[in-house]
Design a protein around this ligand. Structure first.
Ligand code: PA5
Length: 479
């Protein structure tokens, strides 16, 4: 039985949000939020909550129901089981929301150096690669280290047209054909895309490739709990049922209508007040866990692409949105924390603190005679890392710097599922509070269209002339 099936264990694994470091009782009236401010936001939170619940029940926000999509598990689990031991490498081709969730799951839940382990130590699961870019140096290096005859490639693009992903796909189709022969392509290629639209869907049909769908209405950055994130996870042995169970448990909490019992609503409310009433629009996510660093990376996209908007829901130009930043404890204490501590009062730092590490190490009792370092001996690295988190938090608070802590009892599929769901649900609330549509991304589309134009896609000729004209005139500013 998976451990998440045990109720007592699940209760011990609940993620919580400690927001004392946001409040005026800790930071003082100038920099902290008052209970009155939080109370005053409640009517707007109620409106936001009702609007989101209505959208959910009328099927407009299907990301909310992903933890309960049994179909996804039924499709993925048998396939992943049958493939165990067949492949040495699993390559994910995708970008943005079609890649960042995969990276987050692997770095949090697989052995931190999964790809360097010998096959037996990996339990027969393949090495996982997610280049998430079209950098030719990186792609060439990747092709140097994988054996295509033993590689499974999962190409993921909701639109089925994204230039970066489709260019990677073309490269891999070509290389695979040469390595395994055209007739064997379908044994090495799996497609994840929209169920009907896009070039990739068409090609999959023509080549007879196995396909998974990105459910209708689920945008890339909200899709990690679909086949987009779960397929590569299952292929590498991650407990995807545990992930969904964690997400479902968080959903139950986020259905509550009062801020104090709904962590997503609380997170959004605190960030909203800090941004719009205190001008703190730099939101730093700082895990004290290397395994959770790429969760901060995934969150960075979620928060930025969802909340950074030109127009509000009424069509008025607002150019709004916080700037999410990722940092890593304790590493960035020696890089960023000076700025967070003494720079402008424009930041909220959200720590991620892991209460129990899977494998702690005791620092050997050496150099006892040297007072400067001798005290470290006999204590654990986990204790040191968490002491650094607590110390940084205390110092920030002392300096009037807004901070909160997402407390994670341990890093596992169940807690990661909770975190992912909490942050997605918080994003939905934050969008409502800001009065913008958190689920579109017109700015990304603009960049995609400009790339199509510069790369000579049919129908984009006028755009190309316009961009090239601008490039020519900007030459005079080159030094
Ligand atoms: O969140 C989003 O919608 C975007 O980041 C997309 O995931 C990204 O642009 C890639 O798009 P696609 O999956 O269509 O290739």
């Amino acid at each position: 039985m998976s451990e998440w099936k045990d109720a007592k264990w699940r209760a011990s694994m609940a993620v919580s949000l400690d927001y004392a470091g946001m409040m005026s009782s800790q930071l003082g009236d100038k920099h902290g939020l008052s209970a009155k401010q939080l109370k005053a936001l409640k009517p707007r939170l109620t409106v936001a909550d009702r609007a989101l619940k209505l959208a959910r029940t009328s099927g407009k926000l299907p990301f909310y129901d992903l933890p309960y999509r049994q179909k996804t598990l039924d499709e993925i689990l048998p396939l992943a089981k049958a493939a165990q031991g067949r492949f040495d490498s699993f390559l994910v081709l995708g970008i943005g929301g079609s890649a960042l969730g995969n990276l987050c799951l692997h770095s949090a839940l697989n052995h931190y150096h999964h790809n360097e382990l010998a096959p037996k130590k990996r339990g027969g699961f393949p090495r996982i690669y997610v280049p998430d870019n079209v950098d030719p140096d990186r792609l060439s290096a990747l092709l140097d280290v994988i054996d295509l005859k033993k590689t499974c490639v999962n190409v993921i693009t909701k639109s089925g047209n994204t230039a970066e992903t489709m260019a990677q796909f073309m490269l891999l189709v070509d290389r695979l054909q040469k390595a395994v022969g055209k007739k064997n392509l379908s044994r090495h290629l799996i497609v994840t895309t929209d169920k009907e639209k896009g070039n990739l869907r068409e090609i999959a049909r023509e080549l007879g490739l196995m396909t998974f769908e990105v459910p209708d209405g689920v945008g890339g950055r909200f899709s990690v709990l679909t086949a987009v994130g779960l397929l590569s996870a299952a292929f590498s042995g991650i407990d995807i049922q545990g992930l969904l169970a964690g997400a479902a448990a968080m959903d139950k909490r986020c259905l509550k209508s009062d801020m104090e019992s709904n962590p997503a609503m609380l997170f959004a409310a605190l960030m909203h007040l800090s941004t719009y009433e205190q001008g703190k629009n730099v939101h730093v996510m700082m895990p004290y866990s290397s395994r959770l660093y790429l969760l901060a990376d995934w969150f960075r996209q979620l928060w930025a692409e969802s909340l950074g908007k030109k127009l509000n829901r009424k069509g008025r130009v607002v150019h709004t949105g916080p700037t999410p930043v990722k940092a890593l404890g304790a590493t960035d204490q020696h890089s960023q924390v000076q700025l967070y501590m003494e720079g402008p009062f424009d930041k909220v730092v959200c720590f991620l603190r892991v209460e129990a590490f899977d494998r702690d190490i005791t620092i050997p009792k050496l150099f006892k005679e040297k007072d400067g370092i001798g005290y470290l001996g006999g204590q654990s690295f986990g204790k040191l890392l968490n002491a650094e988190q607590a110390a940084t938090q205390a110092a920030l608070t002392e300096n009037g710097r807004s901070n909160m802590v997402l407390k994670v009892p341990a890093v596992n599929a169940y807690t990661l599922g909770q975190l992912i769901y909490l942050l997605e649900a918080a994003t939905a609330y934050a969008g409502e509070l800001a009065g913008i549509d958190a689920f579109d991304q017109p700015g990304v589309e603009a960049g995609k269209n400009a790339t199509y134009a510069l790369m000579g896609k049919k129908g984009y000729e006028a755009k190309r002339r316009e961009i090239e004209g601008r490039m020519r005139s900007s030459k005079r500013y080159e030094a």
